[in-house]
Write a protein that binds this ligand. Structure first.
Ligand SMILES: [Ca+2]
Length: 409
């Protein structure tokens, strides 16, 4: 029996690609889209189709259904037929799938409505900066009633920083309404993420707003992913941030060791999924290559001077506490932390930690800290005041490593 290419394709269930391979040539990507009207002419243009062959190799990997692809400017898109991309108001960003589809990306800016998964909320005039004032908001509509969470990936996020005295986001801010409460953030947080609880049912659209005032070269590109209630990528309840690796890095918003200011009025939790066969977790302050004395953990005190570790929730901070009283205004809380270098470990443990040195004991020496309280979570709290006692604090950046159950945990 002679097997034709079309028969082979039918066996492989690659319907779309079969039709194309059987002779239909996809339409040329549309280069004069509405994107040019909204974002100006500085956007990239889809590169010319580079199809090497009219026929796919029969045994090549052929994805079934939309697959993700990367646009030349870094966005993640879906590889779908060109006409579908335009019908859904997407932007064709170059060929994919061997030239049989386009990498279709979805962008929205001020006033837009997000109706596609993995849509990017970008600043006006993106990828150039935006120096306007007002409120720029997009509304996120659930794709399905069974969407429980949104994940926001701050691919690019640079808006005006908090003011210098009390680190309040008075000039610019990112506000999220309609979902679970989220802290107001500002400044630079490229690479950070947030999970928003979207509640049940179809109603309650979530609105993302960036409020701007005064002059600043703002740039943002926030990827909005919708997460099904039954998805394995769903974060645990109440986790603003959620990490799923054995080791990784957690940090506060607007963190950087040079000029980042710890944001005031924060109150949220960071969750680290307990990986199989791991029973404990260790934390270390991240390396700080810019300062003589590390500023990777500077939560309270005047961090232009050496500030010790302060532990406890009040009253029992130990002799090294400069202002007395332990961590009562700004703190990081990790359940029952101990210094990892004590053998045998100290009998007591601490929960709140603040000051300017990361350790589980009061003192000037940074230490590796460990905890076996599960689930692995960190709670971060700051009040609305910094000056005059708390000056130039950067917040925190910690590297974590989960510890195997055989390692004394
Ligand atoms: Ca404070």
């Amino acid at each position: 029996m002679r097997i034709t290419l079309v028969d082979t394709c039918a066996l492989l269930s690659c319907c779309l690609l079969c039709v194309l391979a059987a002779g239909k040539v996809p339409t040329k990507p549309h280069t004069n889209s509405w994107r040019d009207l909204i974002f100006g002419g500085k956007w990239f243009s889809p590169s010319p189709r580079q199809r090497e062959s009219k026929f796919l190799p029969i045994f090549a990997f052929v994805p079934i259904g939309p697959s993700s692809c990367a646009a030349p400017s870094g966005e993640q898109g879906n590889c779908i037929p060109s006409k579908d991309c335009l019908l859904r108001n997407g932007i064709p960003a170059g060929p994919c799938g061997g030239g049989y589809g386009v990498c279709c990306i979805f962008l929205q800016t001020c006033g837009g409505i997000i109706r596609e998964n993995s849509t990017y909320f970008v600043n006006p005039n993106h990828p150039d900066v935006f120096d306007g004032t007002g409120s720029c908001q997009v509304t996120v509509q659930k794709l399905h009633p069974d969407i429980c969470q949104l994940r926001l990936d701050l691919d690019m996020f640079s808006i005006a920083p908090p003011e210098a005295a009390n680190h309040l986001c008075n000039q610019d801010q990112l506000l999220i309404s309609g979902g679970s409460p989220t802290p107001t953030i500002c400044g630079s947080s490229t690479g950070d993420h947030m999970y928003i609880d979207a509640g049940l049912g179809q109603s309650n659209p979530i609105v993302l707003s960036i409020i701007t005032s005064g002059s600043f070269p703002r740039l943002w590109r926030i990827r909005v992913t919708q997460i099904h209630c039954g998805s394995i990528s769903r974060a645990d309840q109440g986790c603003l941030q959620h990490y799923t690796a054995i080791s990784g890095r957690v940090r506060s918003f607007n963190y950087n060791t040079v000029g980042g200011r710890q944001l005031s009025n924060q109150d949220y939790s960071i969750c680290i999924r307990n990986e199989r066969n791991f029973c404990g977790i260790q934390y270390n302050a991240c390396p700080d290559l810019e300062n003589n004395r590390s500023r990777a953990f500077t939560i309270s005190g005047n961090s232009n001077n050496p500030v010790p570790t302060i532990v406890g929730g009040g009253g029992g901070g130990g002799a090294a506490v400069p202002t007395g009283g332990g961590c009562i205004s700004d703190w990081l809380l990790i359940g029952c932390i101990r210094s990892a270098d004590r053998i045998p470990p100290l009998p007591g443990c601490e929960d709140r930690v603040c000051g300017g040195t990361f350790s589980a004991e009061a003192g000037m020496l940074a230490k590796t800290v460990q905890s076996s309280v599960r689930p692995f979570r960190l709670y971060f709290h700051t009040d609305g005041v910094e000056a005059p006692n708390d000056i130039d604090n950067r917040g925190f950046c910690l590297d974590y490593v989960q510890q195997p159950c055989t390692n004394g945990f």
